[in-house]
Write a protein that binds this ligand. Sequence first.
Ligand code: FEO
Ligand code: CA
Ligand code: CA
Length: 685
Amino acid sequence: MPDGRIDLPLLTTNHPLGRQAVTCEYRCGNACSHDAPNTSGNAYFGDVVRSIVSRRGMLKAGAVLAVAGAGAAALGGAAAADDDSAEQAENGDRHRRPRGMDFKPVAPNTADQVTVPEGYVQSVVIGWGDAVLPGAPAFKFDEQSAAAQAKQFGFNNDFCGLVPLWRDQYLMVSNHEYSTESFMFKGYDSAKPTEEQVKIGWAAHGMSVVVVERDRRTGKITPKLDRRYNRRITATSTFDVDGPAAGSDFLKTKADPTGRKVLGTLNNCAGGVTPWGTVLSGEENFNQYFANGKDVTDPATKARLARYGLASGPSGRKWERFDDRFDVVKEPNEVNRFGWIVEVDPLEPGENPVKHTALGRFKHEGANIHVARDGRVVAYMGDDERFDYIYKFVSKERMRPGNSRYARAHNKKLLSEGTLYVAQFTGDSPDFTPGVLPADGAYDGVGKWIPLAAGDKSFVDGFTAEEVYVFTRLAADKVGATKMDRPEDVEANPRTGLVYAALTNNTDRGKPGKEGPTEINPRGLNRHGHVLEWEEAGGDNTALTFSWRLLLVCGDPNASDTYFGGYDKTQVSPISCPDNLAFDRHGNLWISTDGNQLGSNDGLFATATSGPERGHLKQFLTVSTGAETCGPVIEDKFVLVSVQHPGELDDASADNPLAHWPDGGNSQPRSAVVAVWKPGHRIGS
Ligand code: FEO
Ligand code: CA
Ligand code: CA
C-alpha cells in the first residue's frame, strides 16, 4: 500500500447527519431537524468573474509574512525543526515530508480508544468531574451535586487553549459546551428534571482554567490544584458586557436594568488564545436553552427570535422551571445576552470575563485573532448554521507589544471598538457544475468584506448600530452576505496571513426552496464539508477584498467530487466534517472533525498548506466511540485534544453505557483533555 493510503471501511452510522441523535438533541437542540433559520432572500449573486483584487501573488509557496499570530507556540519547541530534519534524513525522505508532519497516519477505525501514530504516547490530562478548585470532592457519578460540580471540571469540554504561566507551567483554558443529562444521571426523566439536576447542569457548563505542568523528562502534562489561578466559570458566573451595545435597551432585564451584567455563558464551542494571553470563546447554540421563543406576540421581536432559531414550548433541559430568565415570554431580553464572543483573562482570576458586543451576536463558533501589518487586530469568526455567514472584526486601535500591565490593559480593550464586516464570495468559473472541478482547475474566485457597523455608526439601511450588534444575522441578510455551509473555525495561518475556514457540512444545500451549489459551496446535500482558504488583498488582513480558493473538498478520496488541493488522492487520508482548525509553527494546517460521515470515529488531521505537499492530508489520531475531536493545541510532536461526548450513542445512557473511554471496564464515559506526544523529543529546549 502506498505511504499514507488508507483503506476506507464504509460503516453505517445511526444518524443521517453523522452525529448520533442524542448529540444533536443536547448539543444544538436538534438544529438540523428544524428549518435553517436563514430564510432571507439575499440571493447568491451568481458566479460572475469580477476583478476585485489582483490574483497575482495568491498562495505564494512558502510565503512568510512578518506577522504575529494568535496562540503563538506555548510549549516552546525551538529544537523541533532540527529533530524533524534528522529523522527524515534517517528515513531517507528529507524532501517528502514537510516539517512538523513526520508521522505515519493512523487508519480510520471505530475503536473505543484514542488511537495515535506509532511512536507516540498519550495520557488523559483532566476529565469531567476531576478536581479544579481546592476542596473539590472526589467525583462520584452516583452522588454528584451542584456544589461539587462547581469545583470540578465541567462536562463536554470543547475548545482548549494554553497560556504560558512560568517555567513549565501553563494555564489550560477549556470550554464546556453543553450537558447531556441522560448521560449524567441514571434514571433521568427529561420531562421532570429535578432542581438539583438542573443546577448541576448550570455548573457543568461554562469554562475551566487549570494550571498544568509539563515534566521535562517524560513530556507528560499533569494538572495542579492551584489556589491562585484555577477557576470555574459557569452558567451563573458574572460577566461584564462591553462595547457599543453595552447598556442597550435590548440587553436590559428585570434582574439587570443596566444591560451591562450577565449571569453565565452557554454552549461555548471553539475559541482562540489572543496574543495578549487571554482566551476568546464562542457562545454557539444558545437558543436551545430558552423556552417559549415563538410565543411572543410583538412581530419585530418574533422575527428576531425566529432568525436565531428560538422554538416554541419548553426548552429541552427545562431550565425555565427553576429560573424565569430562561422563559422568553417572562424575560424577553435575556436571550439577547447570549450569542457573543466572550474573553477570559486567565492571568487575572479576580476579573469578570467580558462579553464583546462589537463582535456581533450570532451562533459564534469561536474567534481567532491575527495581528495585521499595521498592528490592528483582526478577529475572524464563523456563524455555525446552515446558510449562515463568515465575519471579521478589525480593531480601531493597534496592539501594544509586550505583556506589561500597561500593554495588557490596552490590548484587552482592542475588541471593544472597531469595524464589523461580513463576507461575500464570488466564483470565477461561469461554467461551474456542482461537484465537478471547474475547467480552470480550481474552486476559486474573489470576495469582499461588507461593513456592518463601526462604533456607533451603522452601515446597514434600516438598522441602528445597536441593532446591527444585537441582531447581526438580520443586518447581514440585508447586505447580501454569502450563505455558507456551516462556518466553523476561521483562522489565519500565523506564518502566511492566509485565512482558512472549516465549512463542516450542509445537508440542506440544493433542497427544494434552498440555495443550490455554487463554486464556493460546490456540492448539493453537502455531507462532508470543505476547507476554504483566502488571501486578503495585498497580504493586508484589514483589507476589504480578497481572493479565495478551496483547499479541501472533503469525503472519500475515491469519490469524484472530493478534492485535496490537487494532491494525488490515492495518498491522502479520508476526512469528513472539518470543524476546528489550528496551525503548527511550520504553518501546517491541523483539522479536527465532528460527525464523520464515512463510518470512522472522528479524528485529527494535518496537511501542509504550501509547497509540493499541499493537500497531502494525513490523519494523526482518532478519538473514541461516539466522541468528537476538538480544541486542538498543536506543538512540535505534542498535541492536546478534547475528546468530547465520548460514548454518546443513541441506544446508550447512564443506565446503559455502551462505551467506556477513558476509564475502561464498565465505567461511564467521561469527556476529557488528552495529551499526545513523542517521548524523548526535546520540548522547549
Ligand atoms: Fe459546537 Fe460549531 O460546533
Ligand atoms: Ca474557478
Ligand atoms: Ca465542534
